[in-house]
Design a protein around this ligand. Structure first.
Ligand code: MAN
Length: 244
C-alpha cells in the first residue's frame, strides 16, 4: 500500500526517504487539493499501476512473501527443473540396472519380462511373472503371498521320465530362474521359488510343489528355452542371411 501521510505534516523519519517515496508523497500531497471524485480516480489509477508493476515483476509484492513475482517464478522454474532432472535420473538408473541384468542367451527372457502365467494347485492359484516375481493366491480369498523376486538365471540337472504329453522336464541340464526374498515365512526363511524350464510350444506352469516349508519349485514349459534347430544355428553363424 502507498503511504497515506497527511499533507504538510511530514514526519521527521521521512526526511531521508528515497526519491521514489518523495514523489509518491508529492502526488498524495497534491491530491489533497483535488475534489474527492478526482482524488479517488487518481488513487485508483495509482493502485492499478502498482499492481501492474508487481504482476510484471518490476515491484516486489510485499503484501505476501515479500519477494517479487519474478523471483517466485524463477524459484518455481528451478523446482520444476530439479523434479524433472530427478525423474530422468531414476529412469537412467532403472535402464542401466536393466542392461546389467542377465536375460539369458540372446536376451531371450527380455521379451517375456512382466508377462505372467498361472496354475491352480490345491488351495492356491500360483502365478509366475517372468523375471519379476512369483505369487501364491488363496482361492478362498485373502492376501496374496509373494514367493520371491527374480534374482538370477541358473542351470539345474534333472532326470525324469519323458511324459507322453511332453509336459515334463525330461532329463539333462535345464535353465532355471531363481526367485528369492519373498514374504517372510512364520518361524522360517523368506519365501523363495526355483522355476525349472523345459522346451514347449507355449508358456505354461505344469507343476508346483512346496519342497520344504516356504521353498517352492515350479516346473514350466516355454518356447524361450527351445534350442535353435541345426539349420537355424547355421544361418545365425552366417549373419542371419540365407545362402543363395
Ligand atoms: C501359508 C502358505 C504355505 C506356507 C505357510 C507357512 O499357509 O504360504 O505355503 O507353508 O504359509 O506358514
Amino acid at each position: 500500500m502507498l503511504k497515506q501521510t497527511p499533507p504538510f505534516v511530514r514526519p521527521s523519519q521521512h526526511r531521508h526517504q528515497t526519491n521514489q517515496t518523495n514523489r509518491e508523497y508529492v502526488v498524495f500531497k497534491i491530491t489533497e487539493y483535488l475534489p474527492p471524485s478526482l482524488r479517488n480516480y487518481i488513487q485508483t489509477q495509482l493502485r492499478s499501476l502498482r499492481q501492474f508493476l508487481i504482476e510484471n515483476g518490476v515491484l516486489p509484492d510485499t503484501s505476501t512473501t515479500g519477494e517479487s513475482k519474478a523471483v517466485t517464478d524463477a524459484r518455481n522454474r528451478l523446482t520444476t527443473a530439479k523434479n524433472e532432472r530427478d525423474a530422468r535420473q531414476m529412469e537412467l538408473n532403472t535402464s542401466e540396472e536393466d542392461l546389467r541384468k542377465d536375460y539369458g542367451p540372446g536376451d531371450i527372457f527380455r521379451a517375456l519380462k512382466g508377462t505372467c502365467i498361472s496354475k491352480d494347485s490345491g488351495e492356491y492359484t500360483y502365478e509366475l511373472c517372468w523375471m519379476e516375481h512369483t505369487t501364491q493366491k488363496p482361492k478362498k480369498g485373502g492376501m496374496d503371498t509373494t514367493m520371491g523376486y527374480f534374482t538370477r538365471l541358473d542351470e539345474i540337472e534333472v532326470d525324469e521320465e519323458e511324459r507322453p504329453d511332453g509336459k515334463g522336464l525330461g532329463s539333462g541340464k535345464r535353465v532355471a530362474l531363481r526367485y528369492e526374498n519373498g514374504a517372510h515365512c512364520w518361524n522360517g526363511p523368506a519365501r523363495s521359488t526355483v522355476v525349472i524350464l523345459a522346451c514347449a510350444e507355449s508358456s505354461e506352469i505344469w507343476k508346483v510343489v512346496e519342497e520344504e516349508k516356504c521353498s517352492y519349485r515350479m516346473e514350466a514349459g516355454t518356447p524361450a528355452v527351445c534350442e535353435p534347430q541345426a539349420d537355424e544355428k547355421e544361418k545365425r553363424k552366417k549373419g542371419g542371411k540365407d545362402e543363395l
